[in-house]
Design a protein around this ligand. Structure first.
Ligand code: CA
Ligand code: CA
Length: 358
């Protein structure tokens, strides 16, 4: 039935009421949408401020390789997930001779040997296996302070093999640093160095700096003051290199350790430390190499125990400044401190306390 003319005001009223109802609904809906967006933004903002502690911390150990079968180390080996499991032809990705994850390296499950350009990372020296043990906290004094080291994973990068001399070690180091950065290492442990600078090594460290990766490096074992004497990478004095001197457990400098108020950041225990050795053994070694590995272990715990700021500067500063002040180290490192796990634990506890709004 068609509407008559006299019904027009009623019809108009109905239309107006419906229009008002639609607008009100839209406004409510828009406000609800707006609230959802606001809440989402707030959540994202909070996430940016509070990144959860890492479920695992990957430390790239640039050294002489590792005993992959050592009972104290095998559970700590980093796994490149793109090179495990089976390929489409049913072959093991770890052994098929194919670069399954396309990172430029074939079958690199635990890391890479830059001396032979293969994924074979066996340690024919012993140094790398000892350092790897300290990075995952196997030494007696480490276990006494922090027993659970299960979150620390080792990316094994071999830059030196005593069976292959005349290879450019610094060039291998540079390649290893780039591999570590590209494949997700949080920290790079470099318990080595040399008196000559290398432009390729320096460029690789700058590459790590851009990607926020910390390099913990040895101060060297010449018993010299760094300055006129050089030991690289410490002597590059780059902001993402934390250089470490060797202290005995009475907080005295070990005579063989290099030192400098300007080129060495901090000291750590590195004197007669027990750790893993090839063929499933254990043994003692001394040096700034060992002290460096202890600091990398502490850096890994810091990253795994506290909402990570994603910034090497923060990690470096906490490690440098939370150590114990020691008179015998005044003027011998920048901080005059010895980095100790007990002090780091205290620092983490304070960092994790709820912050009051000022
Ligand atoms: Ca690969
Ligand atoms: Ca493969």
């Amino acid at each position: 039935m068609r509407a008559r003319l006299k019904d027009l005001p009623v019809l108009l009223a109905i239309v107006l009421i419906n229009l008002a109802a639609w607008m009100a609904t839209k406004l409510i809906y828009d406000y609800a949408t707006y609230s959802v967006v606001l809440n989402s933004l707030e959540r994202v903002r909070n996430l940016q401020v509070q990144v959860n502690p890492q479920s695992q911390v990957i430390v790239a150990v640039i050294d002489t390789g590792i005993d992959e079968t050592h009972p104290e180390l095998k559970e700590h080996l980093w796994k490149n997930l793109g090179e495990v499991g089976y390929d489409s032809k049913g072959r093991l990705k770890s052994e098929n001779g194919i670069d399954d994850d396309g990172n430029g390296f074939k079958d690199d499950v635990h890391g890479w040997d830059f001396t032979s350009s293969t994924s074979e990372v066996e340690d024919h020296h012993g140094h790398g296996t000892h350092i790897a043990g300290l990075v995952v906290g196997v030494s007696q004094f480490q276990v006494q302070q922090i027993a659970d080291n299960s979150k620390i994973k080792l990316m094994v990068l071999k830059y030196y093999d005593p069976r292959r001399l005349n290879r450019d070690a610094a060039d291998n180091t540079a390649k290893a640093i780039r591999y570590a950065v590209d494949n997700g290492a949080h920290i790079i442990n470099y318990s080595s160095g040399g008196a000559e600078p290398s432009e390729s090594e320096r460029q690789a460290i700058l590459y790590a700096l851009k990607q926020n990766v910390l390099i913990v490096a040895a101060a060297g074992n010449d018993g010299l003051k760094l300055g006129t004497s050089k030991f690289y990478p410490a002597s590059y004095r780059l902001p993402n290199v934390l250089s470490v001197a060797n202290s005995d457990k009475n907080f005295n400098p070990v005579k063989s350790s290099n030192y400098s108020e300007r080129f060495v950041d901090v000291a750590a225990y590195g004197h007669r430390l027990d750790s893993t050795l090839p063929h499933g053994k254990r043994g003692y070694m001394t040096g700034t190499s060992q002290a460096t590995a202890v600091v990398s272990w502490m850096a890994a715990h810091l990253i795994s125990s506290h909402p990570f700021q994603g910034n090497f500067v923060w990690v470096r500063n906490v490690l440098k400044n939370s150590g114990r002040l020691a008179k015998s180290w005044q003027g011998r490192t920048e901080t005059g401190r010895v980095a100790l796990p007990e002090n780091l634990k205290l620092a983490i506890k304070n960092l994790n306390k709820p912050q009051k709004n000022l």
